[in-house]
Design a protein around this ligand. Structure first.
Ligand SMILES: [Zn+2]
Length: 496
């Protein structure tokens, strides 16, 4: 029986060690450190369960100390976040007090008073408890310092000289805004045809270290009748620079999320981008949110005064972090999709009733994803959100992003097909993507929308660029198929 118990304990111990080691591997701890640490853990477990000549006490001391210190070191190196400080101190304080109490009770039963050791342990417990309480202040200060630094940096960027002056000439203008970057597994972005689908796909997002950085694009619309509007809002400073704090992660969820998933420079902040174009974010009246994902909704915290238009299904089934919507949750508008067909789409929502902005349901990437068609002089801008990440993704038979699986994948493909048929039906329509990392965005779109006015000529050039990348039956031409190129840390995408 005793042996059986030991075996059970050993298996449990090894299992816990294995889980911890896997998590550390996900966090990119060097293999040498992991192997050494794993060996110490196994030796420690063996020494405690089968003490042999060494004796249990010595085994605890010689192997337990390095195992414990190693665990602490790795925890502090890869998992620790500043709000843990009071929690850790408090936990050790409680452990000390309990130990002191147990010691005191044992001696009390024998008729003696508390031992010196019990008094010392109890005293340490009280001291650590006090420290835990005192540490909450500095911890809160540390977080507000991060926020204050970001505020200073964005304020400085706002005041920097230069930038454009707005022109009020009654024309519809659109400005692409590069509002941050996100680090994603290459397969999540381009591997939909290589098994990145459903639950296995999500597991791979955790373990696959072939990562790339992709841009996050939002779009500013200056409309003579409907005012200043946005399609999506990008990433905010706290998501990028106080990730664990912003997402209120606990120990467990922090272990499984990527702390460095968002990048944002002060110049990329939504408020700064909009100000450099001569506008004030406070004048934005309407935000069209293609979907509720975090890299599209981060800027909402600066848009408390705006109406936010998004699909009801996304709001009810798709939101992961409700506090991203805290500032706007009372100003949500859900489209009814009762405006009849729009090219290949059987249903649409003519938002203002004048045909200027038409919303198109494209569920799949999220339960209620939508696209936005904006009529401009000379053509139509079609904002695709994440229905298709980039221009090459229009070749869905060759390049596909990760999909949720099941019905969502079928919906996603149906949406992509409707987008393609709509583009085919209107040669003066140009797709605008949320994460395009090709020359289409950096050269063609950037040039056509430099002053916000592509006009007929600009739309024609964008479609020419599209025609240079894709054949009329939506196949990629040579030189445009994405491939992963490993790099230092984060890799790159090459087009071959
Ligand atoms: Zn996105």
């Amino acid at each position: 029986m005793k042996t059986l118990g030991k075996i059970a304990l050993a298996v449990l111990g090894l299992l816990m060690a294995a889980v911890w080691l896997v998590i550390l591997r996900l966090k990119d701890v060097p293999p040498v450190a992991l192997v050494t640490y794993g060996a110490v853990l196994v030796a420690f477990l063996g020494g405690v369960l089968w003490p042999g000549r060494l004796g249990r006490r010595r085994a605890l001391l010689f192997l337990g100390v390095p195992a414990g210190l190693g665990t602490l070191a790795l925890y502090f190196a890869v998992v620790f976040y500043v709000t843990d400080a009071p929690v850790l101190l408090g936990a050790v304080a409680v452990a000390c007090l309990l130990a002191a109490l147990a010691g005191g009770v044992r001696r009390g039963r024998g008729g003696a008073g508390p031992s010196r050791r019990a008094l010392l342990t109890g005293g340490a417990g009280i001291l650590l408890g006090a420290l835990a309480g005192l540490s909450t202040g500095p911890v809160a200060r540390h977080r507000s310092e991060i926020e204050a630094r970001w505020r200073r940096e964005t304020q400085a960027a706002l005041r920097a000289p230069g930038g454009r002056r707005p022109v009020a000439d009654g024309r519809v203008r659109v400005f692409p805004l590069h509002v941050g970057d996100t680090v994603v597994p290459y397969g999540q972005f381009y591997g939909g045809l290589d098994g990145w689908e459903g639950l296995p796909g999500y597991v791979r997002t955790l373990v696959d270290k072939a990562q790339i950085t992709v841009p996050v694009h939002a779009y500013l619309i200056d409309h003579p009748r409907h005012g200043l509007m946005l399609v999506d809002t990008g990433v905010n400073g706290a998501q990028a620079h106080d990730h664990d704090g912003y997402y209120r992660h606990n120990l467990a969820s922090r272990l499984l999320t990527e702390r460095n998933e968002y990048r944002l420079t002060p110049e990329q902040d939504l408020r700064v981008r909009v100000a450099r174009l001569g506008y004030d974010l406070k004048d934005v009246t309407t935000v069209f949110l293609t979907h509720v994902h975090e890299d599209h909704a981060g800027g909402l915290r600066h848009l408390a005064h705006a109406r936010v238009v998004l699909d009801r299904r996304d709001w009810e089934q798709g939101t992961l972090y409700a506090h991203t919507f805290e500032e706007v949750q009372d100003a949500l508008v859900f489209p009814a999709y009762g405006s009849g067909p729009f090219h290949a789409f059987p249903e649409s929502h003519d938002h203002f009733g004048d045909g200027s902005v038409v919303l198109l349901p494209t569920p799949g990437h999220s339960p209620g994803h939508l696209c936005v068609a904006l009529r401009m002089d000379g053509g139509t801008a079609l904002f695709l959100g994440d229905t298709l990440y980039t221009l090459p993704h229009l070749a869905v038979g060759q390049v596909r992003q990760m999909t949720v699986g099941g019905q969502a994948t079928a919906d996603q493909l149906k949406a992509a097909e409707r987008v393609r048929r709509t583009l085919a039906a209107d040669p003066a329509m140009a797709p605008l993507f949320a994460h395009d990392n090709t020359a289409y965005q950096t050269e063609a779109v950037a040039t056509a929308f430099r002053e916000g006015l592509p006009e007929a000529d600009g739309f024609r050039r964008l479609r020419d660029h599209l025609g240079g990348v894709l054949t009329p039956d939506w196949r990629l031409r040579p030189g445009h198929a994405p491939a992963f190129a490993p790099g230092e840390g984060v890799g790159r995408v090459e087009f071959r």
